[in-house]
Write a protein that binds this ligand. Structure first.
Ligand SMILES: NC(=O)c1ccc[n+]([C@@H]2O[C@H](COP(=O)([O-])OP(=O)(O)OC[C@H]3O[C@@H](n4cnc5c(N)ncnc54)[C@H](O)[C@@H]3O)[C@@H](O)[C@H]2O)c1
Length: 292
């Protein structure tokens, strides 16, 4: 059975580590910020407690999962004994590159070195390590504790052994996996998400239908659990805008350019639910949103 080290205990890293422990794996977690790390500890305890309250875990299972989760004092301490290291630090190339350089030295040759990055492809990080064949994207989805998918993204230098090991790891943690055979911005899920949201915004900007009606069309006509505008408001308008901008800057593809309405909301700080308004208005408690 794999032993996992997760570096970065923000919203993704803490969930990845906790999920692994609930599936029976030993996991260690580290963050540069001790405040974030203690926040991750509190998050894990209260999540496990809530699972017991909802009868989804027994007391024994809760205690066993908690005992398998270790909060490490440094990167060096975090990766001791790990067979899979998952990087989930801030979405910036330079800090990730420095970390991968270090991981290449610290970890034995058999360790899989994975990044959870949504945008930075592993081949760029592979270049800075002494062992590019073991660097791979393992892309989880938020909330990790709920979303049953990991994208395993290959690049030409990944070894077949690492590909097999990554898929085996996904099986161990009870997550469905897909193999993305070649690196592409946004991988599979986010490309489809961006195509859907782009077309929804094109229709809105063209005055063809309201945001409410486009969402209704997608939920009732396509059977999606949530329409694209409510989805963007939930995930964060800022996240959608910055991801589109990044893809546009990387590829120069006009189709990736953020829609005017997305840029306007971003610049006005209307980032969706977290800011009280986005495509819809959330100012009134319980209001499901009115087109803003
Ligand atoms: N949030 C999402 O919905 C989502 C979904 C899929 C993938 N991702 C990817 O996951 C990664 C993390 O995203 P997040 O939303 O959890 O970010 P976050 O900002 O919540 O957490 C990042 C954490 O990394 C820590 N950190 C920064 N540099 C570090 C270093 N050198 N060593 C250790 N810790 C360091 C920060 O203190 C911070 O707590 C990003 O690459 C992002 O693209 C995010």
């Amino acid at each position: 059975m794999n032993r996992v080290a997760v570096v970065g205990a923000g919203s993704m890293g803490r969930q990845i580590a906790l999920h692994c422990t609930m599936k029976g794996l030993d996991a260690s977690l580290f963050d540069l910020s001790s405040e974030v790390l203690s926040g991750a500890r509190e998050f894990s305890e209260s999540y496990l407690d809530s699972r017991v309250d909802k009868n989804r875990l027994t007391e024994d299972e809760r205690a066993a999962a908690a005992a398998r989760l270790r909060f490490a004092s440094s990167v060096e301490d975090c990766v001791v004994g790990a067979t899979v290291v998952i990087e989930a630090i801030i979405e910036e190339f330079q800090p990730k590159a420095l970390l991968f350089e270090k991981l290449g030295v610290l970890c034995p040759p058999s360790t899989i070195l994975a990044t959870n990055s949504s945008n930075i492809v592993a081949s760029r990080l592979a270049e800075v390590t002494s062992a590019p064949e073991r660097v791979i994207n393992l892309h989880f989805f938020n909330p990790v504790l709920v979303m049953d998918l990991v994208e395993v993204v290959l690049h030409p230098r990944v070894s077949a052994e690492v590909e097999r090991g990554a898929l085996e790891f996904c099986r161990e943690i009870g997550r469905a996996s897909i193999v993305v055979r070649k690196e592409v911005p946004g991988f599979v899920v986010n490309r489809i998400y961006r195509a859907l949201t782009r077309e929804a915004m094109n229709l809105l900007e063209g005055g063809y239908a309201s945001a409410e009606d486009i969402d209704l069309a997608v939920t009732r006509g396509l059977g999606h659990p949530m329409g694209p505008f409510h989805l963007m408001d939930s995930a964060g308008v800022d996240v959608s805008y910055l991801a589109r901008l990044d893809e546009y800057q990387q590829t120069g593809d006009e189709a990736a350019k953020p829609n005017a309405i997305l840029e306007k909301l971003y610049r006005e700080g209307r980032w969706g639910k977290k800011s009280g308004s986005g495509f819809f208005d959330y100012a009134e408690q319980g209001k499901n949103g009115e087109h803003a």
